[in-house]
Design a protein around this ligand. Structure first.
Ligand code: FE
Length: 334
């Protein structure tokens, strides 16, 4: 095995060697949805407390083992808590005092959720290397689980931000609901419209954010590009550096999209990745891999399956899967 030297930054997974993509999926847990929401709110147009690049910079300073062992949303909590301290929005003393209060009041403990976690591994983190990366530490005396230091930190940061009026519980709840409402169905509607309406397809190709607005979807300032699969060309999307994804249209990315194996191999062995997802491209089909970034997100428009002539838009949309809009599969065959 030849891998990049250990001095290589941990996040830069593209082209490294890795094994099969682990594809178990789980709905995001409440703490993950909350971390997701707080991170988005802090960087939104109202607050602008940091940028995506700053958030990544904190995570990229971790060593390789720590980076990949840390549950995905713990990395986000690490990033936003560090940046809030760095920028003086919060002080270390206040944060430590709030963590101490939470511990003293026993609010750092979880019942029920914890044992479920151990048995079903129901977290939205990367599975492919360290299976012992659960954010709990067992407390045998109490028979309960104690929150990991970073989950406790996330809780403390949220409380302090609310107390300071930086964000409100209502805003957090609304942001969680907004993201929960984003789903591949939205992307499927875009694809189906593009299949039946060549003029719409042309507008989508030229200016995707404007085109999706016709379907009531708001790209919210995200630069979005549509990649059209054809009989001779297939597109595959990855973010080798983190997890950039057209989440504003189709929701939070699946765990495997954020995994080291996918990020590493999508650029080294894309046809191998496609095979793992059961996709065999006919010979002669060109495969193009697109690396997303904070400024530009891609939505793959899969090719319209044969045998769907005359189908209505809504029926066509049922053939469009999330995975086909990432490019690891084609649309369902009727
Ligand atoms: Fe990314």
């Amino acid at each position: 095995m030849h891998d990049l030297p250990p001095t290589h930054p941990p996040h830069d997974a593209g082209g490294r060697y890795d094994g099969p993509v682990m594809r178990e999926e789980h709905d995001a847990a409440q703490w993950e949805r909350e971390a997701d929401a707080i991170r988005m709110l802090l960087a939104d147009g109202k607050r602008r407390l940091f940028t995506t690049d700053e958030s990544r910079r904190v995570q990229e300073q971790l060593d390789d083992a720590t980076y990949w062992a840390m549950p995905y949303y713990e990395r986000w909590i690490l990033a936003f808590s560090s940046l809030l301290l760095e920028k003086g929005t919060l002080t270390k003393a206040a944060l430590e005092a709030e963590e101490a209060r939470l511990r003293a009041e026993g609010l750092d403990r979880v019942e029920g959720e914890a044992s479920a976690h151990h048995h079903h591994d129901d977290d939205d983190h990367d599975h492919d290397h360290d299976h012992d990366d659960h954010p709990y530490q067992e407390d045998h005396d109490a028979g309960e689980m104690v929150l990991s230091p970073l989950r406790l930190r996330g809780l403390a940061v949220r409380n302090l931000l609310v107390a300071k009026g930086v964000l409100t519980p209502e805003e957090i709840r609304a942001e969680i609901e907004r993201m929960d409402a984003r789903s591949p169905h939205h992307g499927a509607a875009v694809v189906a419209r593009a299949w039946v309406d060549p003029d719409f397809a042309a507008r989508l190709a030229a200016d995707a954010p404007a085109a999706v607005k016709e379907l009531g979807l708001d790209a919210a300032g995200t630069k979005l590009a549509a990649l059209f699969n054809t009989e001779t060309r297939h597109h595959l999307v990855v973010c080798t550096l983190c997890s950039c994804y057209p989440r504003i249209i189709i929701g939070r990315p699946p765990a495997w999209y954020k995994s080291r194996a996918y990020r590493a191999r999508a650029v080294r062995d894309p046809r191998g990745i496609l095979r793992e997802f059961g996709t065999e491209l006919p010979p002669g089909v060109e495969l193009r891999v697109h690396d997303s970034n904070a400024e530009l997100r891609y939505l793959v428009i899969p090719a319209r399956p044969a045998g769907t002539e005359g189908w209505e838009e809504a029926r066509l949309a049922t053939l469009v899967t999330r995975d086909s809009m990432i490019g690891v599969t084609t649309a369902r065959q009727p």
